[in-house]
Design a binder for this molecule. Structure first.
Ligand code: PLP
Length: 356
């Protein structure tokens, strides 16, 4: 794939205080953009100055939500090199999302080429602070100016980059989670396993309710029986019960997280008992009462491992591991971030160097 590169003539000042970056508010100098037209395929790959794009108000994405995205990071190692964590997994998953939303597939090699080329151009934007990273947001939208309901004939694939601060500025603090029993996020047969905007729009009301009750995130239950555990807002969820790592199986309504997959692989390598299966909130509550619920944590690219301190289900509030991070959660966090930031050897073959 040929990528045309047009560099900005007015580079922005880079943030001087990386600890004040927060998440998703600052964008780099450039972006990647490529178009798709039925009959032509993907064409006109280019890296251009970051800026606004112009679309028809009738563009299909605005009306029927034909949109998919990914979320990944670039990390800077102590010797200044830049690297990615399993980036091909993100682009494979983008294609799984594409298939469900009838969006044309994007060759994984082309997407990876675009990623490396864009991060190379903006590599000075990759933060240096411990725990900070360059958040990467690839996405595809349908842009035909047409109000009929059908898959688009015209799409844009774009990648934008956002330097982001450390998720945990004061160590791994446990989060408080609220079990949502009214709203549901997705059902089997729907789009739950895809990263598409609609799933997040569907989650906002529940999230809002959780915030009102001073909980930071929602734990979703299955959409049919409201009994079985699904996942958290943008994280998969794991329980350590009686020394076994248990996480909901991938059955179509939850996101197949790359962090989830990596954590399961690591736990297996460490000789732990791991099971992907249906698990009800009642089972978790019973394990808690029996003193067998040792750790609960979320897994996702943003936080890597997010220990749960309190889990509220109806009137019951379970305090997990004395509201402290558990030993396995800590070990997983240290191992994963150690590899990502190049401080630990990559024994799993998960790291890809920029242009490597
Ligand atoms: C992105 C996401 C995850 C985590 O996936 P990772 O690949 O580990 O970042 C989990 N659940 C939802 C709903 C997500 O959007």
């Amino acid at each position: 794939m040929n990528i045309r590169i047009e560099k900005t003539t007015a580079p922005k000042a880079k943030p001087t205080d990386e600890s004040a970056l927060g998440f998703g508010k600052v964008f780099t100098d450039h972006m990647f953009i490529m178009e798709y037209d039925t009959g032509m395929g993907w064409h006109d790959a280019r890296i251009v100055p970051y800026g606004e794009i112009s679309l028809s108000p009738a563009a299909m994405v605005f009306h029927y939500g034909q949109e998919i995205f990914e979320g990944m990071k670039a990390y800077r190692t102590p010797d200044g090199e830049i690297q990615f964590f399993r980036p091909e997994e993100n682009f494979k998953r983008l294609n799984q999302s594409a298939e469900r939303l009838v969006i044309p597939e994007l060759p994984v090699e082309d997407a990876l080429q675009a990623l490396h080329a864009l991060v190379e151009v903006d590599k000075d934007w990759v933060p240096h602070n411990d725990g900070a990273s360059l958040y990467i947001r690839p996405f595809i939208i349908a842009v035909d100016p047409f109000l009929g309901v059908r898959p688009g004939d015209k799409y844009l694939f774009m990648i934008i980059l956002s330097p982001s601060g450390a998720y945990y500025s004061t160590g791994l603090n446990p989060v408080d989670i609220y079990v949502e029993t009214n709203y549901v996020r997705a059902v089997k047969g729907g789009m739950g396993y895809t990263k598409t905007g609609g799933n997040y729009a569907a989650s906002l009301a529940g999230q809002d309710e959780a915030h009102k009750q001073n909980y930071s995130q929602v734990l979703w239950l299955d959409g049919v029986e409201r009994k079985y555990i699904e996942e958290v807002g943008a994280m998969n969820i794991m329980f350590i019960i009686d020394n076994e790592v248990v996480t909901p199986e991938l059955q179509g309504s939850i996101l197949p997280g790359i962090t989830r997959k990596s954590v399961l692989e690591l736990c297996k390598k460490w000789g732990m008992k791991v099971s992907e299966r249906r698990i009800s909130i009642q089972e978790v509550s019973d394990a808690y009462d029996a003193g067998k619920l040792q750790e609960v944590f979320g897994t996702g690219t943003a936080a890597v491992i997010s220990p749960v301190g309190h889990l509220k289900w109806g009137d019951k509030v379970m305090e997990i591991n004395g509201n402290k991070i558990g030993a396995i959660s800590q070990k997983l966090y240290d191992t994963m971030t150690g590899m990502q930031y190049g401080k630990l050897a990559d024994e799993m073959g998960w790291i890809v160097k920029l242009n490597g």
